[in-house]
Structure formats: structure tokens, C-alpha cells
Design a protein around this ligand. Structure first.
Ligand code: KIV
Length: 263
């Protein structure tokens, strides 16, 4: 996408055009993906696919700022979302201090906060201090340890009611869009219908206002596990391995470098 979207064009896209969000963690991939994405998410999922950890919990604000800067450099015309990592928004003041740091030290266009009605006061504190917020409800990866795993949400009528209340609370607090993760598709549809801001789904079916995938999942680069909702658009891991093997063989057999690679 050549022109950076604005918050108001993102909100106006609801019901008009599905939004495309992809994660990126560095300038190289941000540049490659920017033409296909309305928004680039510097997700704390980088702690898993980039830093090799088993979950997102140990991602730090410094890490997020470093990677957000790289993404903003690689894709200066993209709308960039910086994920606030675990522990950086435990109260409204801490959230504001940390979000101000993100805004002052990067060109991120907004921050993303996990949580629903319980975090609405934090979203409100940020949005009323000129920090744009993308919400994130449903399955919350930062709660993986306290919940004992990644649990799909919206399986009961009570969960459905709570999720719709979460969405409404996050919207009322001033978020301009929200991610809905790991939610039964019919419930995600009801969530999208219950708010006027775009609902970006991941593992939430097709009846929402856009989709987000982690780039290393959709390119088939991340092999540790593949959630049901991931579609691999290429077999990146095999392509990388076979290119590396070919290079290794050519080095050992002195086939590379050839004349054209030599000064
Ligand atoms: O960290 C991340 O990449 C995310 C997506 C899964 C939405 O939050």
C-alpha cells in the first residue's frame, strides 16, 4: 500500500473493505510485506518466532521499541501497530508512561493492549492522552501461563456475552479497532456486529472486518507448532533449508563463487 492509512480511514473501512494486517519484526520483511498489508503489527509474538522463546511473556519494551523502529524504517508508509508487552500496562499510569516512550522513540501509529472490560480504564487513559489504541480481546497470549494454555473463547453463552461486553467496553474507551483472537466464528461475527470499529480476526472466522496473521506462520517459516487457523501460503522452511543446502554444497565443491561473483 503506497499511502499510509489513517485512524479515520481504518474506522471508515468497516463494512466497506476487509482490512489486512500482517506482523513483521524487521525492516526486510516489513518492506516485503508492506504492499500487501493495510497495517503492520510488531507483535510480541516476535519473542517466539524471532527470539525463540516458548511464549510471549518475556518480551520487553526495549525489544518492542527496537523492532518497531526497524519495521518503521523498512515500511515508512505503513500504519504500524506496536504491541505492548506483558507487564507494561499493569496500571493506567504505567501504561501511559510506557506508551509515551513507544511514541517518542518510534514512529508507531498506535499501541495494542490485551484485555477487555477489565482493561477499559487503561485504554481510556491512553486514548485521552493522544495514544491511539488497538484493543485485543478473546484468547490473550499474554495470559497463557495463568490460563494453562491457549484456550479458544466463546464456547458458552456466558463467554459470548462477556466477549461482546469486552468489545463494547474497549470501543467505548476510545480504541479505533481491535484484534479478536481464538474465538468461535459465530461469536466473532456477533462481536463485529456489536461495535462500530473494525474487528480484526485471528482464528475468529471470516465474518469479521479483517484478518491478521503472524508472517512467519503464513510464510511457513515457523515450525514449532501450527495453530488450526494458520494457512501457510508458502513452505518457507523448506525453501530456506534447500537454498542453504545448495549453497553449502557449492562452497564445499568449490562451485561457488564463479567468475561473475569475483572481483
Ligand atoms: O503478537 C502478535 O503477533 C499478536 C497477533 C497474534 C495478533 O498479537
Amino acid at each position: 500500500m503506497s499511502k499510509k492509512l489513517t485512524i479515520s480511514t481504518i474506522i471508515k473501512s468497516k463494512g466497506v473493505k476487509p482490512l489486512v494486517m500482517i506482523t513483521a519484526y524487521d525492516a526486510l520483511f516489513a518492506r516485503l510485506l508492506s504492499d500487501s498489508a493495510d497495517m503492520i503489527l510488531v507483535g510480541d509474538s516476535l519473542n517466539m518466532s524471532f527470539a525463540g522463546k516458548s511464549d510471549t511473556i518475556s518480551a520487553t519494551l526495549e525489544q518492542m521499541i527496537y523492532h518497531t523502529n526497524a519495521v518503521c524504517s523498512g515500511a515508512p508508509n505503513s500504519f504500524v501497530v506496536c504491541d505492548m508487552p506483558f507487564g507494561t500496562y499493569i496500571d493506567a499510569d504505567k501504561a501511559l508512561q510506557n506508551s509515551i516512550k513507544v511514541f517518542q522513540e518510534t514512529n508507531a501509529d498506535c499501541v495494542k493492549i490485551e484485555g477487555g472490560a477489565d482493561k477499559a480504564h487503561i485504554v481510556k487513559h491512553l486514548t485521552s492522552n493522544a495514544i491511539a489504541v488497538c484493543g485485543h480481546i478473546g484468547l490473550l497470549p499474554q495470559s497463557v501461563r495463568s490460563e494453562g494454555g491457549y484456550k479458544v473463547k466463546g464456547k458458552t453463552a456466558d463467554e459470548k456475552t462477556a466477549l461482546i461486553e469486552d468489545a463494547k467496553a474497549v470501543e467505548a474507551a476510545g480504541a479505533f479497532c481491535m484484534v479478536v483472537e481464538g474465538v468461535k466464528a459465530d461469536v466473532a461475527k456477533s462481536i463485529a456486529e456489536s461495535v462500530d470499529i473494525p474487528v480484526i480476526g485471528i482464528g475468529a472466522g471470516v465474518d469479521v472486518d479483517g484478518q491478521v496473521l503472524v508472517f512467519s506462520d503464513m510464510l511457513g517459516l515457523f515450525e514449532e507448532f501450527t495453530p488450526k487457523f494458520v494457512k501457510k501460503y508458502m513452505d518457507g522452511a523448506s525453501l530456506v533449508r534447500s537454498a542453504a543446502q545448495e549453497y553449502s554444497q557449492e562452497v564445499q565443491e568449490k562451485i561457488f563463487p564463479k567468475e561473475e561473483h569475483t572481483y
